[in-house]
Design a protein. Structure first.
Length: 450
């Protein structure tokens, strides 16, 4: 077992409890809601509304139940890492935290580039030209990245407003689309009749459904910050349910609005929101609709990144307290009381990966290999979370969550159509996961023997 954490009396780092119920609800909204999912779901047609509801029932509800039960049982800092360590031992806790943190580091650059590209495309002709300029997108991504990082280094009293405003901006964007869809419906300008709601089940439907189920992923992130939440045993479960209901409504209503504005066959995954924004502007008779939507999406991406930077940093902080990572990981800023070194490390690593994506083909290929290596490891913490929830009495809901998680893993193992060599793809993916797990074991073993 891990060495006992030093208590407050022994001088252990103590984080400030800055987050109340309102802050945590908005934090969850910022972390979970991805407005880009609306266009991806709308391409499937009206059946996507049923897929959202099924994803909510079979993944979100089990996840919310798990977060509520486990955070009430173990409310301290570290969330998934602590739950797994207490349920299955130190090695499993370390592997869970290791996978969760690293998979997020490789996710951030893609989140930034995709979000900025959508926002730029919505901003008009000049923005559309910028959306095709990779150097400008990377420069903008670096600005957003460091704004999110520095605001959270200063402390959650300041940093939480990045997430709060981001959540409100994303929700405002959804409301604008919803109002536009309602006006179009009232005027009889409906692009997609909302009929045929039951999906046709095939491999493509199963593949897509397992993906959108994980659009609900992120409720566990707030619980990772248990040491900074006021009365976490009550606040985390309440925030999970309040934000979860709001998130489910956002996805279902937002997708319906996009369908009303644009026919599924015309929706592009990349520019689908721009298409909906253009159509909404025409219906409302305002030329600036796209620019407003672009600004809200940009603010939402900044908030989402800030939430994940802050939340992810608390995992290695908790592991550092248990001395399985260097002691510097458990060091707090002397003035602001934040794990500043980890946040700086995250921002520096993401900056490097963003620059690599602009570099030569060999470096880009290397980065893509790292991304492939973390595809499966992203799902490992969810397996642990649902297994831990089952041990705490949530057997049937945990089983539902596990089935969806394993389905997502199976889908991720399937090589994409564009893969030149399926066997090489599989070798990279499985071999990469094995390398990450072996590296984790080496680091863990050395720390334990120190």
């Amino acid at each position: 077992m891990a060495p006992d954490r030093p208590g407050d009396a022994s001088g252990a780092p103590v984080l400030k409890r800055e987050l109340g119920l309102r802050d945590l609800v908005l934090f969850n909204l910022a972390a979970v809601v991805g407005i880009r999912w609306l266009a991806a779901a709308a391409r499937v047609g009206p059946a996507s509304l049923t897929l959202w509801l099924l994803a909510a029932v079979f993944f979100f509800v089990p996840a919310a139940l798990a977060v509520a039960r486990l955070s009430a049982r173990w409310p301290e800092q570290g969330g998934l890492y602590v739950w797994t360590r207490r349920s299955f031992g130190d090695w499993h806790g370390f592997l869970c935290g290791w996978c969760y943190w690293l998979s997020n580091l490789f996710y951030f650059p893609n989140l930034l580039l995709a979000g900025l590209a959508i926002a730029a495309y919505l901003a008009g002709e000049r923005g559309q030209a910028m959306s095709e300029n990779r150097a400008l997108l990377i420069a903008g991504s670096l600005v957003v990245l460091w704004v999110g990082a520095l605001s959270n280094i200063v402390g959650l009293r300041v940093g939480k407003w990045t997430e709060n405003l981001g959540a409100l901006a994303t929700y405002a964007a959804g409301i604008l689309l919803l109002v536009s869809g309602a006006v179009a419906w009232k005027r009889g300008a409906v692009a997609t009749p909302l009929a045929g709601l039951w999906p046709r089940w095939n491999w493509g439907t199963v593949n897509f459904w397992s993906q959108i189920a994980f659009a609900f992923g992120g409720l566990e992130l707030g619980a990772v910050m248990g040491g900074e939440i006021r009365d976490p045993q009550r606040t985390v479960p309440r925030a999970a349910w309040l934000s979860g209901i709001a998130i489910a409504l956002f996805y279902v209503a937002g997708t319906a609005a996009v369908l009303v504005l644009v026919a599924p066959g015309e929706i592009s995954v990349i520019t689908g929101l721009a298409q909906a924004g253009t159509r909404a502007g025409q219906i409302l008779g305002v030329s600036w609709f796209g620019q407003v939507l672009a600004g809200l999406i940009l603010a939402g991406i900044t908030g989402q990144l800030g939430a994940w930077l802050a939340g992810s940093a608390r995992v290695p902080f908790a592991i550092g307290l248990d001395r399985y990572l260097p002691s510097a990981f458990a060091r707090l800023h002397p003035r602001w009381g934040t794990p500043h070194l980890i946040i700086l490390l995250e921002a520096a690593a993401c900056s490097f990966f963003l620059l690599v994506m602009q570099a030569g083909e060999s470096l880009r290929a290397g980065y893509q290999l790292l991304v492939d290596m973390t595809v499966i490891t992203y799902f490992v913490p969810f397996v642990y979370m649902f297994l831990a929830a089952a041990r705490q009495g949530l057997r049937w809901s945990a089983l539902a969550g596990l089935v969806v998680t394993w389905l997502a893993i199976a889908v991720s193992l399937a090589p994409p159509e564009e893969a030149r060599s399926p066997w090489l793809f599989e070798a990279k993916l499985i071999g990469g996961c094995a390398v990450l797990a072996a590296t984790a074991r080496i680091v863990f073993t050395r720390a334990r023997g120190a």
